[in-house]
Design a protein around this ligand. Sequence first.
Ligand SMILES: Cc1cc2nc3c(=O)[nH]c(=O)nc-3n(C[C@H](O)[C@H](O)[C@H](O)COP(=O)(O)O)c2cc1C
Ligand SMILES: [Fe+2]
Ligand SMILES: [Fe+2]
Length: 396
Amino acid sequence: MNTKINDYVTWVGKTDWELKKFHGDEFTTEHGSSYNAYLIRDEKTVLIDTVWLPYDREFVSNLKKEIDLKKIDYIIVQHGEVDHSGALMELMDEIPNTPIYCTANGVKYIKGQYHEDWNFNIVKTGDKLNIGKHTLTFIEAPMLHWPDTMFTYMDNEGILFSNDGFGQHLASEFLYADEVEQDKLWKEAITYYANILAPFSMMVKNKINEILKMNLEINMIYPSHGLIWRKNPEQIVKKYLEWADNYKENQVTIIYDTMWNSTRKMAEAIASGIENIDKNVTIKLMNTSKDDKTLVLTEVFKSKAIVVGSPTVNNGYLHSIAGILEMIKGMKLKNKKAVAFGSYGWSGEATKLITEELRKAGFEIINDGVKVMWTPDEEMLEQCKKLGEEIGRTCA
Ligand SMILES: Cc1cc2nc3c(=O)[nH]c(=O)nc-3n(C[C@H](O)[C@H](O)[C@H](O)COP(=O)(O)O)c2cc1C
Ligand SMILES: [Fe+2]
Ligand SMILES: [Fe+2]
């Protein structure tokens, strides 16, 4: 339901409690999500973003309860992705001439998806739109996370509308970050960063520093997913700067898959070796055919090193490991170490192939890893433990 935030701004988005997968099957949204759209009523009326396509009719009918659509003076499209632009067709059917403000790339992407030549107005960083008591300032934010993304700053209230930046996939009956369970909030915030923004960390860092230099008074941050940062928005900005700066905790994540458990036994022996060297390091073992990939990527993001194992199968490695390696490669992580392992029966290519993929993904390779023929015996498990100890030492 629409929610009045203050005298000028009303939330007119959609809380999607049911959403369990986002971006096809790429992102598991355990706690649903929301598509936040905002209506600003000053001397001029402005709509910032819309909602995901399946909710387009619901969105427009809810918006009508708020305002006569013809009274909307400007529509701001901060990002052309369907989860925010999805209701445009439904809306523009009713008000086809209303000006749409977006970046130059925004025009291309909206046209590419909806094939309509609406009344587009291209904006750049620093461009302003006076709407009465307030002025809106546009800030282009390319690659946070698409080339078309932009933020919008509303003066006096000190609101930064940040679109996908600072968001979380978290459906809630509340509107504000300070009202929800904090552990859940921060877990969803880092999961969002790791799975969506990690490849663009350099741009995130530069953009935040650029905005800080603009000396805007930012009292609140209104993202397009999840909860609004109304108190101390600096806390999420500070976290983003940490996450964008080759983030790592004292953690090693061991990722493996196995058909008959030999590779699992190796994983456990490697873990005990790491522990022999460092009792304080957090070690996580994750089986890629059982654990959720979104959570695996978040743990990889938090790790100083990862250890990746698969048995050899048909001269290659298991598909869940192939999938996760492809996703990890896309994260473009820096300053992390890695090593491979696995059991095999006769040809045993997997360990070497995984090592190559890890190198291509930008990891510093610790050594050639360990491969074991068939089921590991005590001596082979000892070799795995030794690998763990070496990981412990190189990452200390
Ligand atoms: C369908 C299938 C294909 C396999 N292909 C290969 C192979 O190409 N080369 C090889 O060295 N071992 C191959 N193996 C043997 C496994 O690597 C071996 O059984 C290994 O110990 C399994 O480890 P796990 O217990 O971790 O699943 C294959 C096994 C299966 C079931
Ligand atoms: Fe997006
Ligand atoms: Fe989004």
